[in-house]
Each structure stands twice: as C-alpha cells, then as structure tokens.
Design a protein around this ligand. Structure first.
Ligand SMILES: Nc1ncnc2c1ncn2[C@@H]1O[C@H](COP(=O)(O)OP(=O)(O)OP(=O)(O)O)[C@@H](O)[C@H]1O
Ligand SMILES: [Mg+2]
Length: 356
C-alpha cells in the first residue's frame, strides 16, 4: 500500500478536492483506495457521499484509545466501487486535548499503527489533512511515505509553502522517517497572465519537486463534491476529471522502484526524449506505447535552460518501433527535434521512435 498525505496549512488550496478526486481516478483504473479523513470538518467524508453525522463511529474512536486500532476496519464505509473512507467528525478536533498527557512519540504514531493493519487490503491510502500543522497532521505525516502539497497558483501561497517544507523536513529528520514531498499546482486559471506567471515561478522555485500535472480551475469539481462523488463518476470529460486523471497516472509512474518491478521489465530499455519551449506550461507525451494517454507510465522532469524550459520524458520500452506526439498545453504536436515521422491515421504526422 502506498500511503500519501495531502498537506498544506493554508485553507482552501484544494487538499480535499485532490484527495477525493485522485482517489476516484486511481479507483477508476482498478486500484483499491482508502481515503482517510483527518480533518474534523469532514469535507472529504461528505464529498464521498457519506454523512459524517450519521456514522456510528469515526476516526476519533480509532485514534483516541489505546485499543482503538482494533476498530479501524469497523469504521470504514464503502463510498464507491474500489473506494472506502475512514470517516471524520467534528469530535476529532478534541483529539489533541484527549491525548495531551501522552508522550509525543506515542500520540503521533496512532494513525500509522492503524494503517499498518490494512496494508494488504488497499493499494493506496490517501490522507486528507486539516488546514493546520497540529497533532492530526503529524499523525498523517508519520503514517505516510509520500506527501502532496496542493499549492494554489497565487503569489502569496508560494510564501507559506517554504515554511511548510521546512517543517516537514525537520519532522522527517527527527523521526528518521523519509518522506517524498511533491507540490501540485491547483486552482489554475490559464486565461490570466498573472496565473501563468505564478505557475512559471512555482516551477522555477520548486523545480523537480513540482508535479508536471496542473489542476485547472473547474466548476464541475465543486458540483461533484456537492453530489458526493469523485469527478470521474460525475463528469468524466470535464477538465477536472482530465487533470486528476493525469495526476493519478503521473503519481503511479513515480512509484518507488520496488513497486515498479514487474515481469518482463528486464527486456525494456530506458529511453529519454526531450521537448524544449519558451512559452509552454504543460508538455506531455502520448504514443502507442502508452495507449495514446498523455504521460501515462512516463516519468517527467522539467528544467530551465536560460529562457527555455526543457521537459525530459523517460520511457521504458522493449525493442521495437513506436509512434508518438507531444501534447503541449493541450495541443497535439509532432516532435520538432525528431526528423523521423510517419503519416498518422487522421492525416497528420506522428514522430517515430526506434528502440534497438
Ligand atoms: N480546481 C478547482 N476548480 C474549482 N474549484 C475548486 C478547485 N479545487 C478546489 N475547489 C473548490 O475550492 C474550495 C476549497 O477546496 P478544498 O475544500 O479542496 O480545499 P482544502 O484545502 O481542502 O480546504 P480546507 O483547508 O478548508 O480543508 C472548495 O469549494 C472546492 O470545491
Ligand atoms: Mg479540506
């Protein structure tokens, strides 16, 4: 099971939206997903169609008592095909006080102990955190190996994030617990120059820490939450579904090495291609090697070279001939640096890659 905490002390930056919709997209690909709602506001619970006030027991019952971990499986509610939720409730805000007398080591590792029991039952556990860095968030960080920091594409949001990254680093050093942290630009409105500039600044500030995927502003995400469904189940062709689908693919491709090993992989070669542009925000690659789904199974890096940005795409391919195109800010293009191409089925040219 890969355990990912979705963390940012800033309110309203898209933590819950990311947790719920990433869960929906991973589940749509067949993964078994557990959503752990660590926010007393219970927004993730609600956005998955579960009424927090009507469940008998919630995470408080698991985390507040020594023997609570045994109740963990009992509190899970099935929200959708392949998605279960460990519900929250307002009572969770009393946890800090309840555990005040305990050693900090013991009270911050309760969620980790509970999740360890479900390791075989789920492929993913996504933990939605409250907008503060208190006991609940510490529990999430100790339980997780990976962290997603949703970052609203606005100038002021960048400032708070440095402090958060410092806190996470400090905590993981103190605990001797490695955390892989990645930043996810959210609430992006590409029509405004301000947002485009801020996104460029986020990328140049955080470099490889930043996902290639950007979550655009999309009102359907709000509607889906109101209907208690992840967006893939509500409006699967909306931008929100496309973006969270891309995030699911990118995250799955960034799996730690031991999770990626699979039969037949030995015959594959690592193939690296690059796309350079001055004015592009989002570059993905699609070809017959990934069923023409942009960036599916592809590891991406973005760097700056003077005024240009360079997208490096790392593919794992068996020997053979492949057709591909780039998707640059949503537009399909041939590889300008590759002279080899063939006619595609709809009249335009596909670039050609030969792996020997
Ligand atoms: N990409 C998006 N497009 C449009 N609306 C969005 C998007 N992401 C989030 N929202 C909306 O913005 C609001 C805040 O989002 P969300 O609840 O996910 O943030 P949060 O970080 O979990 O907030 P909190 O800190 O209060 O828990 C919600 O109303 C949500 O529906
Ligand atoms: Mg939230």
């Amino acid at each position: 099971m890969r355990t990912v905490a979705i963390v940012n002390q800033k309110g309203g930056c898209g933590k819950t939206t990311t947790t719920v919709n990433l869960a929906g997209c991973l589940a749509a690909e067949g993964a078994r997903v557990l959503v752990v709602d660590m926010d007393p506001q219970a927004h993730a619970t609600l956005a998955l169609g579960v009424d927090a006030e009507r469940v008998d027991e919630n995470l408080y019952d698991v985390l507040a008592e020594d023997d609570g971990v045994e109740r963990f499986e009992r509190i899970l509610v099935r929200a959708d095909e392949n998605v279960e939720v460990a519900p929250s409730g307002i009572v969770l805000s009393a946890l800090e006080q309840k555990l005040a007398g305990e050693r900090s080591d013991a009270r911050t590792q309760r969620l980790a102990a509970a999740l360890a029991r479900l390791d075989d039952r789920f492929d993913w556990a996504l933990i939605d955190c409250p907008p503060n860095v208190g006991l609940l968030t510490f529990n999430a960080l100790r339980a997780a190996r990976e962290v997603i920091v949703p970052l609203e594409t606005s100038f002021f949001a960048i400032h708070g994030v440095h402090k958060l990254l410092e806190t996470i680093t400090l905590l993981s050093e103190r605990l001797g617990h490695d955390l892989v942290v990645r930043i996810l630009p959210t609430l992006y409105d590409g029509r405004t120059r301000y947002a485009r500039e801020t996104l460029a600044e986020i990328r140049s500030t955080f470099g490889e820490l930043c996902f290639d995927t950007v979550i655009r502003m999309n009102v359907k995400l709000r509607e889906a939450a109101r209907h208690g469904k992840p967006i893939v189940r509500f409006a699967r062709s909306a931008n929100g579904a496309i973006d969270y689908g891309a995030l699911a693919v990118e995250l799955a491709a960034l799996a730690p090495d031991e999770l990626r090993a699979r039969p037949g992989a030995a015959a594959e070669r690592e193939v690296v291609v690059q796309y350079r542009a001055e004015h592009a925000n989002d570059v993905r690659i699609a070809g017959d090697f990934n069923d023409w789904i942009p960036d599916k199974g592809v590891r991406s890096l973005v760097q700056s070279e003077g005024p240009q940005r360079v997208w490096t795409k790392i593919l794992h391919l068996s020997p053979g001939t492949y057709q591909y195109r780039y998707v640059v800010d949503g537009e399909w293009r041939q590889d300008p640096e590759n002279p080899r191409s063939v006619d595609g089925p709809v009249g335009n040219k596909n670039s050609l890659l030969v792996v020997s």
